[in-house]
Design a protein around this ligand. Sequence first.
Ligand code: SF4
Length: 332
Amino acid sequence: MDSSIDEAAAQPGGAVQTPPATPPRTPDPAMPAATEPAGEAAPRTAPAAGGTGEERSAAAPTSLSPSRASDFMQCPLLYRFRVIDRLPEKPSEAATRGTLVHAVLERLFDAPAGERTAPRAKALVPGQWDRLRESRPEVTELFADDPEGQRLAGWLAEAERLVERWFTLEDPTRLEPAERELFVEAELESGLRLRGIIDRVDVAPTGEVRIVDYKTGKAPRPEYAEGALFQMKFYALVVWRLKRVVPRRLQLVYLGSGDVLTYDPVLADLERVERKLHALWEAIRQATETGNWRPRPTKLCGWCDHQAHCPEFGGTPPPYPLPVTAPGPRTV
Ligand code: SF4
């Protein structure tokens, strides 16, 4: 199966949609967010110099992505800050590097198969960094205190190392992706809309589908693999709902540690994920109506941009911006 997919000819997907724009991505080092569908209420990055940082708009959630589902499971209050309050977040070096590496891996497939070499991929890094700075000027703030450019040079070199490591894990000269950075959206029978962006879809001549996601962090320990696979099963569910095809393989490529994690789902896996997402959405709906968004402190709080607003850290959340339409305890 693997070789048949590796040698697959391009077969554009049918019921999938092209993303309206290359979206910002938040990669794995901070763990909570993986992909950010354009158009979904997602964490905003802090404005570039000159912005006020005060403007924000609140809205009730209307759809679910893997990243936001993970946010809610990690900490309901974090979900509220990101999706409802839409509080700005500072760009991080790790997250921005992840965005850059993803862009390079996507663009490399523009070249003919035989020219998809590591030197060519590394040569794409500076240009993609320029494009990223143009589309998201706030990322330049990351290196505002680096006038000599030394830290930036090290950061770009690490991006090149991650790109180079990919060639030890996959061979792009033998791949012809059916889709790259594919925006997908499906509505379940309940009305719940699921959406996300899949890094790469390979389709074998036999029709078998492989969903691939790149991670610039390290592979999780085995006991945490299930959490890592949640995002992939989410995508598999969306593909199944759209095309009535259960993806043959889910593949996570960890560039940080040089590992590949695979899982071959069956329909029962996807049905289980669907039930889980319905339960999650019901919990989100109740929290939205009652305004009861509880903080759930964990060691991941160290990555959270919102400690100043979090009661667990002595902070106060902003006034709840939505009408409370159902009785319930207001804890924040
Ligand atoms: S600091 Fe921790 S508990 Fe507070 S909102 Fe962030 S993730 Fe949740």
